[in-house]
Design a protein around this ligand. Structure first.
Ligand code: PMV
Length: 324
């Protein structure tokens, strides 16, 4: 019996991944860039045990039905193939993130799974190879191997599509306030949503061209620690991604009334001289990019509509770590 436990933090993309060029290998259409956060993470233990008769997957104390564990199963099978390990696996995962609420639990989940499974199977992977492995579970997970700002380079094959660190130690003022408008499961998964956008939005090619420009600009802004520029570029990139959902056929959106309320509040705060910017993923929750020193003022305004446990402040967080 061999086992390993890993912790991975979630990341929020500032330049979004929204569309694949290869469904099977999860190769994206454009490079993306994210900030890993300290507050949301997943701990995963993988045990390869020749005395058990089937693979067994547990998330937050609940056994997962096979139909809900297909991607986990595929990743474990792939690790067995890479390592020559033949025993069945027990996977025990605890999410310190509201699952499937657009808070990217899949990013921390698959990064932790890739790290724990490969180590338990005796593979000694480089961070680049770990990123490639995590990508097979969920594209955004490729970036959670690294702390701080990370870029997922799209590549054009399994070997060339992985994340790289851009700035692992973020020693300047940037934070993210998550407004959990709902912790319910999303209706249209990111995979289904992005596929529909690629196939049906007439604006898709413009998205790819723009995201590529946004990426170049945000990397310059990060290097010069220009908070306002990072915020502005992130906000416009997120809205362009969401324009792809609205312009798909049939049209769909991840916004709900509360998401719009938060966006409006951010605009008003900005008009009042507090620099803050919003971004959203495949769910209605809104993440506000702000300076940590401004967070109390922003929280005070949002407290009129949201309870304290719906407002979670996170700072830049670390990359993958092993707990035993
Ligand atoms: O990798 P997935 O399936 O979790 O898709 C992530 C999609 C977004 O969160 C909306 C954007 C991103 O780059 O993380």
């Amino acid at each position: 019996m061999t086992q390993a436990t890993a912790r991975a933090h979630t990341n929020i993309a500032l330049i979004k991944y929204w569309g694949k060029q290869d469904e099977q290998l999860k190769l994206p259409q454009n490079n993306s860039l994210s900030l890993t956060l300290d507050h949301f993470y997943t701990d995963t233990t993988v045990i390869f045990d020749s005395s058990i008769a089937t693979d067994d997957f547990q998330l937050d104390g609940q056994k997962l039905a096979p139909q809900n564990a297909i991607k986990i199963q595929q990743l474990i099978d792939h690790v067995r193939q890479l390592s020559g390990q033949t025993a069945h696996a027990q996977v025990i995962s605890t999410n310190h993130v509201p699952t499937s609420a657009g808070l990217a639990s899949s990013a921390s989940g698959f990064a932790a799974l890739a790290a724990a499974a490969s180590k338990a199977a005796g593979l000694d992977l480089t961070q680049r190879d770990l990123s490639r492995l995590a990508r097979r579970g969920s594209g955004s997970a490729s970036r959670s191997i690294f702390g701080g700002f990370a870029e997922w380079q799209k590549g054009d094959s399994d070997e060339t599509s992985y994340a790289v660190p851009i700035q692992e130690t973020v020693d300047w003022e940037i934070a993210m306030l998550t407004v959990v408008v709902t912790a319910k499961e999303k209706k249209i998964s990111s995979s289904v949503g992005m596929k529909r956008s690629v196939l049906t939005s007439p604006y898709y090619s413009a998205w790819v061209a723009n995201a590529t420009q946004d990426l170049t600009q945000i990397k310059q802004a990060i290097a010069s620690q220009n908070f306002e520029q990072v915020g502005q570029i992130s906000e416009r990139n997120a809205m362009r991604m969401h324009a792809l959902t609205l312009s798909s056929d049939p049209s769909f959106t991840y916004f709900n009334a509360d998401s719009l309320k938060v966006m409006q509040a951010v605009n008003q705060l900005r008009d009042a001289g507090i620099p803050c910017y919003y971004t959203m993923d495949a769910g209605p929750n809104v993440k506000i990019i702000c300076r940590p020193t401004d967070a109390p003022k922003i929280t005070a305004v949002l407290s009129a509509d949201f309870a304290p446990d719906q407002l979670i402040l996170a700072q830049p967080g670390p990359g993958i770590s092993y707990l035993d």
